[in-house]
Design a protein around this ligand. Structure first.
Ligand code: CUA
Length: 143
């Protein structure tokens, strides 16, 4: 058991170092996944207007869905998506756009996007996250 624990411990260190190495320069903000839903802005997931032309969308990814379940944003405005995971690695991928974020626990993942056309946009999880992975999706209504 002692050796097993040691190997497990080293694996976690290794995986963590590996994951962080892939985002060295981004100035990635970090957050404790266990306290995520008590920590601003993730204690209030949803669409928040910042100014006349800018909206922030705060999203919590967790097995197997996204909070809030409904997202509605306007066309032609700058939308800042802020996504964090409350448990394991997920992704936040808006089909037919260049928004395709890995959502690694402990990190705040940010991406700006402006929708040119109104419509219903499908969001899927591209990162295998467990038995419900294939059902993990939501949609964004662009008005
Ligand atoms: Cu979440 Cu796959």
């Amino acid at each position: 058991f002692g050796i097993f624990s040691l190997v497990l411990f080293l694996s976690i260190i290794g995986v963590t170092a590996f994951a962080f190495n892939h985002h060295p320069a981004g100035g990635m903000e970090t957050i404790d996944p266990e306290k995520l839903e008590q920590t601003a802005p993730f204690d209030h997931p949803g669409v928040h207007q910042i100014d006349q032309d800018t909206y922030e969308v705060v999203i919590v990814a967790k097995t197997f869905g996204y909070d809030p379940p409904e997202i509605k944003v306007p066309t032609g405005k700058k939308i800042i998506f802020k996504v964090a995971s409350a448990d394991v690695s997920h992704s936040f991928s808006i089909v037919n756009t260049n928004v395709n974020m890995m959502v690694i626990p402990g990190q705040i993942n940010t991406k700006e996007y402006t929708f040119d056309k109104p419509g219903q946009y499908l969001v899927i999880c591209n990162e295998y996250c467990g038995t419900g992975h294939h059902f993990m999706k939501t949609s964004i209504e662009v008005i």
